[in-house]
Design a protein around this ligand. Structure first.
Ligand code: 3PG
Length: 306
């Protein structure tokens, strides 16, 4: 019997695991579960005899992929697959997929949770500011960026978007103002939500030159990846721009320093929790299970990324 492993350091909600189990068992496969593991050895051991694996941000590097001698398919239940060594997977003939869009709403909602939390001074009872009437820039108009835009419009924000891979008409059809380049987006917007994937092109691309273009009240919202922000620039912005604020679901390596020096202008979640809702877990987890079953039974490679 073929075996499918869920390997999640950050577990799915129970209801999502039950749903995955049902899909897997109905298709005649066995489900194995490795949650909250504390060492790489546990992961190396768990992948040994499995045919398929479902992960979240769990690292599938060359060593793990090599340890998984029978592995045919790895599905990242989520959007970003920068945690999987695609080259090593391809060399081993392993199909890698993601589940685009399935957790996008959860991430987009968190962006607003973070903005309001900061604007209301961490709910400390003092007088804060509102989002209505402020300019919001969406940096990358994918599944998350689009929902961020729709929510922002509902909140009465003035919304702009930049995405080199999206046609102007797609953005304008959603009633969002299209901006042709990143510099213009940052120049126009008091709030910028970054929704970029982490790759060679985007790594450290949010730098001082770009951030410093932002008008008074500059607030960067990062629910994407810490790697896309250039950390020396972040520290320079905090030091040189007394109005600059940063809220993130992916804490930078220099977080301790920011917390010490600029505590009232920064908030970072304790653990990445953008996609940590029951709904997102169900959507992404069940999609991953279905994609695996369709691949193993019919060879369906929809959503393959390598
Ligand atoms: C994603 O890329 O889908 C999000 O960053 C969510 O990641 P997570 O599954 O580790 O919460």
């Amino acid at each position: 019997m073929q075996t499918i492993l869920i390997a999640t350091d950050k577990p799915f909600a129970k209801v999502a695991v039950n749903g995955i189990r049902e899909i897997v068992q109905n298709a005649g496969f066995e489900l194995k579960l490795l949650e909250k593991y504390t060492s790489k050895e546990q992961l190396l051991d768990a992948v040994k005899d499995v045919d398929a694996i479902i992960v979240r941000s769990d690292i599938l590097d060359e060593q793990v992929l090599h340890a998984a001698g029978k592995l045919k398919i790895a599905v990242r239940a989520g959007a970003g697959y920068d945690n999987i060594d695609l080259k090593a997977a391809t060399e081993k003939g392993i199909v890698v997929m993601n589940t685009p869009g399935q957790n996008a709403n959860a991430v987009a909602e968190l962006a607003f949770g973070l903005m309001i939390f900061l604007n209301r001074n961490f709910y400390n009872g003092s007088s804060g500011v509102e989002l209505r009437g402020k300019t919001l820039g969406i940096h990358a108009y994918g599944n998350i960026g689009r929902i961020v835009g729709l929510i922002a419009k509902g909140m009465g924000m003035d919304v702009y978007a930049f995405d080199p891979y999206r046609d102007k008409i797609v953005i304008e059809n959603d009633g969002i103002k299209y901006v042709p380049d990143a510099r213009e987006l940052y120049s126009k917007c008091q709030y910028v939500s970054v929704n970029l994937p982490a790759n060679k092109e985007t790594k450290e691309s949010i730098n001082f030159d770009l951030l410093n273009l932002m008008p008074e009240g500059a607030t960067l919202v990062n629910t994407a990846r810490k790697e896309i922000v250039h950390e020396a620039s972040l520290l320079k912005m905090f030091a040189e721009r007394k109005d600059f604020r940063y809220i993130t679901d992916v804490a930078p390596d220099c977080e301790a320093q920011i917390k010490t020096d600029y505590a009232n202008r920064y908030y970072g979640t304790v653990k990445k929790q953008g996609a940590q809702t029951e709904e997102a877990n169900i959507n992404a987890g069940l999609a991953a299970a279905r994609q695996i079953v369709n691949f193993l039974t019919k060879g369906d490679k929809t959503f393959q990324v390598n």
